[in-house]
Design a protein around this ligand. Structure first.
Ligand code: NAP
Length: 283
């Protein structure tokens, strides 16, 4: 059962559920918190015992905070005792995409005690990726075109994960150069179709080891890379493009959905999705 707070449900998540082996996807759009009890009761009272694992809930939608509130309400107020089914939250693909990006980077270089810059990190993917990198003992800088947006994204990370990420405003080339100074990892997670980092600003940087980008729509977030780059070496840096990251994202997404049907009490949020991604074979 797909529960989406947007009126138009995420079709990507429906296709992926079928690819993951679901027999039937029941999609509900425009779902509000007040609707959850009735919808979830339908899933937990129609089956018993072992049969409960034949149903699962997937929370989609574009707002991470709304999806998180839905997950919390279902797990803490609606499920009770053994009356529960497995549930996963992946609003706007943020959990699976951020996990895949960070896993790709982690497989390429040592993360500990490095400095990362998350360019345009104020969106769902950026906030999750910044938190995952900070958990890996990275010093993380999260940038935005506006300092107050970067600050509120960092506060959201502190509130949710108790991790410190440094906000930074990028207003042009000089602040961008400042952000890159002494940086080892650059992850661009800006809106589709906008270049955030031109090629000439990273190719000769002496400290940068990895550049990665999740934007699959040209112009890509980082100039001078291809979306299919998947650990390619360009200008002595390891490079990941959106489709290179997307291969692992899609495999992880499918794997998570498939796991939901192995038991009836699994909860897959960012931490569990990242852990599961780390256990996947190299993709
Ligand atoms: P988002 O919320 O749409 O955008 C992220 C940030 O981009 C915004 O918060 C904004 O930051 C900045 N931005 C918006 N318009 C901009 C502009 N004109 N110029 C410069 N910056 C701009 O992104 P998201 O949902 O987190 O997704 C991040 C990226 O990952 C997107 O490109 C998305 O398409 C992609 N994606 C890829 C996959 C995959 O498998 N590869 C899966 C899901 C998503 P400020 O306003 O704070 O500057």
């Amino acid at each position: 059962m797909q529960l989406d707070h947007d009126r138009q449900v995420s079709s990507f998540d429906i296709f992926t559920a079928y690819d993951a082996g679901a027999d039937q996807v029941l999609s509900f759009g425009g779902v509000e918190l007040d609707d959850l009890t009735k919808l979830v009761h339908g899933a937990i009272f129609t089956r018993r015992g072992e049969d409960l694992k034949n149903s699962a809930i997937f929370i989609s939608g574009t707002s991470v905070s709304t999806a998180e509130a839905m997950l919390k309400m279902i797990c803490e107020q609606i499920f009770f005792g053994d009356r529960r089914v497995s549930i996963m939250a992946d609003p706007n693909g943020s959990n699976t995409t951020a996990a895949a990006a960070v896993i790709k980077i982690k497989r390429a270089v040592t993360l500990q005690n490095k400095r990362s810059v998350i360019l345009a990190g104020t969106g769902p993917v950026g906030i999750r990726a910044a938190a995952l990198l900070a958990r890996e003992n990275n010093q993380v800088i999260l940038t935005s075109r506006r300092l107050d947006k970067a600050q509120s994204a960092c506060k959201a990370i502190k509130d949710r994960f108790n991790l410190d990420v440094q906000p930074m405003e990028i207003t042009g080339e000089s602040t961008l150069k400042q952000a890159l100074d002494g940086t080892h990892i650059v992850l661009a997670v800006g809106a589709a179709g906008y270049e955030l980092l031109p090629e000439d600003l990273w190719v000769n940087n002496p400290t940068i080891e990895v550049v990665a980008d999740t934007n699959a729509v040209p112009p890509f977030g980082i100039g001078g890379i291809e979306s299919i780059d998947d650990g390619a070496v360009r200008h002595q840096k390891i490079v990941f493009g959106a489709l290179g990251i997307g291969n692992l994202k899609n495999a992880l997404h499918r794997s998570c959905v498939a796991r939901l049907f192995e038991r009836h009490d699994l909860v897959l949020d960012i931490e569990e999705i990242y852990q599961l991604g780390n256990s996947l074979q190299y993709i």
